[in-house]
Design a protein around this ligand. Structure first.
Ligand SMILES: Nc1nc2c(ncn2[C@@H]2O[C@H](COP(=O)(O)OP(=O)(O)OP(=O)(O)O)[C@@H](O)[C@H]2O)c(=O)[nH]1
Ligand SMILES: [Mg+2]
Length: 448
């Protein structure tokens, strides 16, 4: 772990009433002494605030600031820290950061303050992740979920499962030892009770994993891409669903060039709706080919696809190519331009379920909304686990338990239960792996 002294703005760039600059590390007070030579801040109590004038290295005033000081270990990072609240001007912030770095501080990397808090045992891993979600939360439910996680709900859930699994583990170990001593003893080889206990934990994990999808979606809205060949009415559908003229529409094929994204709110469910460029991998137009590559990327990144066809035209060879492209994705087939004479025969594509709509008249658009709501229905209580990393750990734990049930061999079973325990405790384990830390903190911004 690096233990130098770091500095970064903690508030977003731009103009505001105030801007906060954070300093953390062993030389915090040495730095403050250079910045405010007439003050002896180190001898003042932690959490105290001090109104001071800050001058640049030529003695010219930068700003009048309010400094809050923290003595290690009683600070966010567990190190000596200071927070300088200045007037919210990007120029002032730049000057203060520059002054700090000239006097020995290093500009912090994204998430480095919280990373230090974890490494110094001030926050568990799941609490650190909750910090990110706390600032990301945009709805009251998302906020409640993040606050719970920050207050240790994930750690409590992990502790609860760990106790249950540990009991199973010790029982297995005991039986294994006993079976070796008393090879003829039948009762100890009978694992029905253990099977039941393991199944009970698997069922509880199943419930948490279902709820985890709800909590994950509170912070990472599902992506829904509108895909189809040129001119079928993708942008018209995009605008209709958003109830806004967000994308340009026109009778000229190839109107949409770049993918356009927008937030779509459907009675409590938030989605990211994506309008794409007309799909045509064989086009001679280089722009269309670039657009098609982008559309492919949008398909890959999306959780659900609205596949749009033009109901006023016969099936086109590109329609078949599109079907192959979206084969593995959950999707809905939409036949647009239902107000015109029907010439599209979807049976030719071997598809049974589709919705015929008209972006011109608005016919059946509500059915799409209802289906999307059903698909991403988030009724229910969110689980404390929010991040993909936490969900993956729960999932791996469950997988190991299922594997443990498939073997009669007590030793193998013990190994799988141990594997399940390791995956579970990884959610909040003391971190030794740089890789895990990097994965968590790559999403943080500087100053957090
Ligand atoms: N009659 C009728 N015309 C429609 C309907 N939906 C869209 N259109 C028209 O079809 C044309 C193409 O619509 P867009 O929404 O731009 O189609 P697109 O799929 O986004 O096209 P590209 O961006 O070029 O790939 C426009 O002239 C629209 O007014 C509909 O339901 N009925
Ligand atoms: Mg378009």
């Amino acid at each position: 772990m690096r233990t130098d002294t770091i500095v970064a703005p903690a508030t977003p760039p731009g103009v505001g009433a105030l801007a906060v600059i954070r300093i953390s590390g062993p030389d915090t007070f040495k730095l403050l002494k250079r910045l405010f030579p007439e003050k002896d801040l180190q001898s003042r109590p932690g959490y105290s605030t001090h109104l001071c004038w800050l001058n640049d290295d030529k003695g010219k005033p930068i700003d009048q600031v309010l400094i809050t000081i923290f003595h290690q270990p009683r600070s966010y990072t567990g190190e000596d820290m200071a927070e300088i609240a200045a007037h919210g001007s990007p120029l002032i912030v730049d000057k203060i950061i520059h002054l700090c770095s000239k006097n020995g501080a290093r500009i912090a990397e994204p998430g480095e303050f919280t990373r230090r808090a974890v490494l110094n045992g001030k926050l568990s891993l799941s609490q650190a992740e909750a910090v990110l979600h706390l600032v990301k939360a945009q709805t009251p439910l998302a906020h409640r979920t993040a606050i719970n996680a920050y207050r240790g709900a994930v750690s409590r859930m992990v502790a609860n499962f760990t106790t249950q699994l540990f009991n199973i583990y010790t029982e297995l170990e005991y039986r294994l030892g006993f079976a070796e001593d008393q090879p003829g003893e039948k009762n100890f080889a009978d694992t029905r009770w253990l099977d039941q206990e393991i199944r009970r934990v698997i069922n509880a994990l199943n419930r948490e994993l279902q709820r985890a999808e709800i909590s994950h979606r509170l912070f990472e809205p599902a992506r829904v891409a509108i895909v189809g060949r040129a001119n079928v009415g993708k942008s018209s559908l995009f605008n209709r669903l958003l109830q806004d003229q967000r994308a340009i529409t026109s009778p000229i094929p190839g109107t949409t060039r770049d993918r356009i994204e927008s937030r779509l709110d459907l009675a409590g469910i938030t989605l990211r709706l994506i309008d794409t460029c007309g799909f045509d991998p064989k086009s001679r137009n280089p722009l269309t080919r670039i657009g098609t590559t982008e559309t492919r990327r949008a398909i890959q990144e999306s959780d659900f696809i609205l596949v749009v066809f033009d109901g006023s035209q016969p099936v086109h060879p590109i329609d078949k190519l599109i079907l192959a492209e979206v084969e593995e994705k959950p999707k809905m087939y939409i036949i647009n331009k239902g107000d015109l004479k029907p010439r599209f025969r979807i049976q030719e594509l071997g598809i049974k379920n589709s919705i015929t709509i008209s972006c011109k008249t608005g016919e059946n658009l509500n059915r799409i909304r209802v289906q999307l709501r059903r698909q991403f229905n988030s009724n229910g209580t969110p689980c404390p686990a929010i991040t993909r990393r936490q969900i993956d750990c729960l999932e791996n734990c469950r997988r190991a338990l299922i594997a443990s049930l498939k073997t009669e061999n007590l030793e193998m079973r013990l190994l799988e239960v141990k594997n399940a325990l390791d995956n579970l405790t990884a959610i909040d384990a003391p971190v030794t792996s740089e890789q895990i830390l990097n994965r968590i903190f790559e999403h943080f911004c500087i100053g957090k």
